[in-house]
Design a protein around this ligand. Structure first.
Ligand code: NAP
Ligand code: GCO
Length: 267
C-alpha cells in the first residue's frame, strides 16, 4: 500500500482524552480536533469543566465534556457509554489524566503513594479495559498512554510517580502484546519537562528574581535549552493516533527535546 499523507488524518474518528481540561491533554485534544477527530474529554470539577468548554469553543472545537474520576470504574463505564451514545464508539483513547506528589519516599504516607499509583497507573488500566471491547468490535483502535521521563529515570521525591510511570510503560507493552491481533495499537508518549500547572512549582521565580534551581537544572539537561510547550506534543500525538502509525506498537515515543540522550551541559 503506497504512502498517502491522508494517513495522518483523524477525520471521522472519536477521540477521548482524559484530564484534558487544560495542560498537555488540552493541547493533544486540540491537535486531534484540527486533524478531524470528534473530541471527548473528562475532568472532575465544575469550574474546570466550564472553563475548558469555553476554551475549546474559543478555538472552534465542539468538544464534549464528561464529569468522571478515572479511578472509579462505574464512572468510567458510564462515561464511555455516554460518549458512545453522543459521538460513537471510541477509536482513540489518550490516558493523560495524572497527578504527582513530590515527597521524600521515607516521609511519604502510604495513602499518598497509593493515590498516585491509582490515578497514574490503575486508571489507565480501567480506561483501557473500558474501551478495548468497542475497539475490537470496530476492528481497530489506538491507545496512547502519557508516560514520562520517570518511565526511564528516577529522581528525589517522586518515588510513587516514577513507579506509576514505569509501570505505565510496561502496561503499554502488555496491551500491545495482548490486543495487537485485533488491530489495536497501544503506544506511549513520553513528554520531557513541559510548562504546565503540574510543573509550575519547579519554575517559580525566586524571591530575588532568579530562576528556580530546578528550572536552571532542566535547562542544562535539555539540548534545546528550553522547557517544552504542551503544543510540542501535538504532532507526535497525532502520529500515534493516526493510520500512519498502524505498524508502531508497544513503543514509547519520547518528546523531551533530547533530555534522555544528553549528559547535560558542562559547567
Ligand atoms: P496537569 O496540568 O496537572 O493536568 C492534569 C490533568 O489530569 C487535569 O486536567 C486534571 O483534572 C486531570 N486529573 C487528575 N486526576 C484525575 C482523576 N482522578 N480523574 C480525572 N482527571 C484527573 O498535568 P499535565 O502537566 O498537563 O500532565 C498531563 C499528563 O502528562 C500527566 O499524566 C503527567 O503525569 C504527564 N506528564 C507531564 C509532564 C510535564 O512536564 N508537565 C511531563 C511528562 C508527563 P482535574 O482538574 O479534575 O484535577
Ligand atoms: C518532576 C516533574 C516530572 C515531569 C515529567 C517529566 O517533578 O520531576 O513533575 O515528573 O512532570 O513527568 O517527564
Amino acid at each position: 500500500m503506497s504512502f498517502d499523507l491522508s494517513s495522518f488524518s483523524l477525520e471521522g474518528k472519536v477521540a477521548l482524552v482524559t484530564g484534558a481540561a487544560y495542560g498537555i491533554g488540552f493541547s493533544i485534544a486540540e491537535a486531534y480536533a484540527k486533524a478531524g477527530a470528534k473530541i471527548a474529554f473528562n475532568c472532575r470539577g465544575k469550574e474546570h469543566m466550564e472553563k475548558a468548554l469555553a476554551d475549546y469553543a474559543a478555538k472552534g472545537i465542539d468538544a464534549k465534556g464528561y464529569y468522571c474520576d478515572v479511578t472509579k470504574e462505574q464512572e468510567v463505564a458510564e462515561m464511555v457509554a455516554a460518549i458512545e451514545k453522543d459521538l460513537g464508539t471510541i477509536d482513540i483513547l489518550v490516558n493523560n489524566a495524572g497527578i504527582i506528589k513530590r515527597i521524600p519516599m521515607t516521609e511519604m504516607a502510604c495513602e499518598d503513594f497509593r493515590q498516585v499509583i491509582d490515578i497514574d497507573l490503575v486508571a489507565p488500566f480501567i480506561m483501557a479495559k473500558a474501551v478495548i471491547p468497542g475497539m475490537i468490535k470496530k476492528g481497530h483502535g489506538k491507545i496512547i498512554n502519557v508516560c514520562s521521563m520517570m518511565s526511564e529515570l528516577g529522581r528525589e521525591t517522586v518515588s510513587a510517580y516514577a513507579a506509576a510511570k514505569g509501570g505505565l510503560k510496561m502496561l503499554t507493552k502488555n496491551i500491545c502484546s495482548e490486543y495487537g491481533a485485533y488491530n489495536i495499537q497501544c503506544n506511549g508518549i513520553g513528554p520531557g519537562y513541559i510548562a504546565t500547572p503540574q510543573t509550575a512549582p519547579l519554575r517559580e521565580v525566586q524571591p530575588d528574581g532568579s530562576r528556580h534551581p530546578f528550572d536552571s537544572f532542566i535547562l542544562a539537561k535539555t539540548p534545546a535549552g528550553r522547557w517544552g510547550d504542551p503544543d510540542d506534543l501535538a504532532g507526535p500525538a497525532v502520529f500515534l493516533a493516526s493510520d500512519a502509525s498502524n505498524f508502531v506498537n508497544g513503543h514509547v515515543l519520547y518528546v523531551d527535546g533530547g533530555i534522555l540522550a544528553y549528559i547535560g551541559k558542562q559547567p
